[in-house]
Design a binder for this molecule. Structure first.
Ligand SMILES: [Zn+2]
Length: 176
């Protein structure tokens, strides 16, 4: 599950609670706690944060990957006393604490999930198309799209030559 999806799913499980990931007795927590619970994680006794990690976001990279520690521009318009660039996980905590469950209330959990989706690693998209399957992988990869036809079964013609059929949409330079 992607973090953005887990935040939305978890928001239907936990009651919103700013400033803390998860309160077991009350089933409350922040967006990071909501996502972790939706992902099937459990919370143990308090631990010391690792280097580059704060107590507020502890364990998040271990669940979702190191990308949550990437520094990006903060998407809100808070004043200068909040750094312009922050770790993604710190931004999620900040948006939740101040803008969703905190005093500002100018963001919704859906808007936060949308923002997370814009910064999280995208999964390859697999879809059925006429005569085969299309797999689209995120930008930045050498191969961005491949279509695999199934000759003779789903409408693709067999070619006549001595060679085997070349699936439609797969040019020779794209062949792996
Ligand atoms: Zn803010």
């Amino acid at each position: 599950m992607k973090l953005s999806e887990a935040i939305l799913l978890g928001s239907t499980i936990l009651a919103p609670k700013p400033g803390v990931q998860f309160v077991a007795e009350k089933q409350e927590g922040c967006a990071l706690g909501m996502a972790a619970i939706a992902n099937g994680c459990t919370y143990g006794p308090p631990q010391d944060p690792e280097k580059g990690e704060s107590r507020r976001t502890i364990g998040t990279a271990g669940v979702w990957g190191e990308w949550v520690k990437k520094q990006v521009a903060r998407p809100c318009s808070c004043w200068f006393f909040v750094p312009r660039k922050m770790q993604i996980q710190e931004i999620i905590a900040h948006i939740f604490d101040r803008h969703i469950a905190g005093e500002k209330k100018d963001w919704t959990i859906d808007e936060l999930a949308k923002w997370v989706e814009s910064v999280e690693p995208q999964m390859p998209k697999i879809e059925a198309i006429d005569g085969g399957v299309r797999i689209t992988v995120p930008e930045g990869c050498r191969l961005t799209q491949i279509e695999i036809g199934i000759p003779g079964i789903l409408g693709h013609e067999q070619t006549d030559g001595g060679q085997g059929p070349i699936p439609s949409g797969l040019s020779s330079e794209e062949k792996v």
